[in-house]
Design a protein around this ligand. Structure first.
Ligand SMILES: NC(=O)c1ccc[n+]([C@@H]2O[C@H](COP(=O)([O-])OP(=O)(O)OC[C@H]3O[C@@H](n4cnc5c(N)ncnc54)[C@H](OP(=O)(O)O)[C@@H]3O)[C@@H](O)[C@H]2O)c1
Length: 338
């Protein structure tokens, strides 16, 4: 089923779920890659939704967050915001923790007290150290290597604690209280409308005759449009709350992704300078960065696949190559037009 098919199925379910007229959906991080995808996606629905960026609510301010929540009284929050400057975070721990942990805790504590409340939050492969030989499962031990990874893990834990608190208090026994839910969507290597690895590679491929790209880190490139869809599908489903590894099928290295994306761009008419044989694989040790990255970012996503398959409007599960191809072709086409 196409996403427009999914969208109309979702619309039917909305009536049962929510009092959306008086409690709009709140989306934080509207100007980020996933935030922009959510804005695009919500255009297909006629739902009361409020998109917030830094100028509407600075997540570094606890007061601003509390005032925003009290003002809108949302039943559903989708948090696409984050402090994502992974290397900068190494020397700016306080801000990274404020945005990725404290702000998330406030959102979680708020939603956790609302009957039928839903919090969708994005997290990252960087909660793992990357030393596992196979793909990570949702309940594998975490061990972040960087400040960014630590702050994102604290955000996850704040959500789990807030919702566990609800289970332990009396709200569960209140008549009509069906219980709030949260979804922590751990994803990796995100690309969309914004600064990302694919766009950087395409830009360099236009300017340089030789590129060196890391080959010994593996993961899954993930489309922000798809991440937005998953958020919506889970929100309006009966899927159990929890952590979901939210990546598509397949895996590659940064080098594999660069070679693939550049080749698609070349075929789509982009003026690529670098020849395929001059995109050279290098080890991560040859490209040192302030924040260490996990070598293995592969995440087992069987749990999400099963959850989606159980929905009445499930679509075919995508592969990263098909999504990256569509993204690059669209990007090049738009660029050539302008
Ligand atoms: N990008 C990746 O490769 C990747 C990989 C794994 C997981 N993730 C996770 O996926 C989610 C979405 O990532 P993304 O790529 O869409 O991120 P992004 O493009 O960097 O967007 C993050 C947004 O958060 C906003 N933000 C940061 N600090 C803020 C503050 N103090 N107040 C209000 N807003 C603030 C930013 O606002 P400004 O626009 O004003 O700066 C930005 O629009 C995040 O949770 C991220 O951790 C991303």
């Amino acid at each position: 089923m196409s996403f427009s098919g999914i969208a109309s199925s979702l619309k039917d379910q909305l009536k049962d779920h929510l009092d959306l007229q008086s409690h709009p959906i709140l989306v934080f991080g509207k100007d980020g890659q996933v935030g922009r995808s959510l804005q695009k996606l919500f255009k297909e629905f006629h739902l009361p939704v409020v998109f917030l960026g830094r100028s509407e609510c600075d997540l570094a301010s606890e007061l601003a967050i509390i005032q925003t929540l009290n003002h809108y009284q949302p039943q559903i929050i989708i948090n696409a915001s984050a402090y994502t400057a992974v290397d900068l975070a190494q020397s700016d721990e306080t801000t990274a923790h404020q945005i990725n942990a404290k702000a998330v805790e406030l959102m979680a504590k708020y939603v956790a007290t609302i009957s039928k409340g839903v919090l969708v939050h994005y997290s990252t492969d960087y909660v793992f150290d990357g030393l596992k030989e196979s793909a990570y499962l949702e309940d594998d031990a975490t061990n972040p290597l960087s400040v960014y990874g630590q702050s994102k893990l604290l955000g996850e834990q704040a959500i789990e604690t807030a919702f566990a608190g609800v289970r332990n208090n009396t709200l569960d026994s209140v008549e009509g209280f069906v219980g709030p839910r949260y979804y922590i969507l751990r994803t990796s290597w995100v690309y969309g409308d914004g600064k990302n690895f694919i766009r950087t590679m395409l830009s360099l491929a236009n300017q340089k005759e030789e590129l060196k790209v890391i080959q010994d880190q593996r993961g899954c490139p993930t489309s922000s449009d798809w991440l937005a869809q998953i958020a919506l599908q889970l929100t309006f489903s009966n899927t159990p709350a929890g952590i979901y590894h939210t990546v598509v099928d397949g895996e590659t290295s940064w080098h594999g992704l660069a070679v693939f994306a550049i080749e698609i761009a070349r075929q789509a008419g982009e003026g690529i300078l670098v020849k395929p044989e001059n995109i050279l694989p290098i080890p991560a040790t040859d490209y040192p960065l302030p924040a260490p990255r996990p070598q293995n970012s592969r995440m087992n996503h069987q749990k999400l696949k099963e959850a989606l398959a159980a929905m009445p409007f499930s679509a075919e599960y995508p592969h990263w190559e098909a999504q990256v191809e569509a993204y690059v072709v669209n990007y090049v086409t738009q660029k050539l037009k302008s």
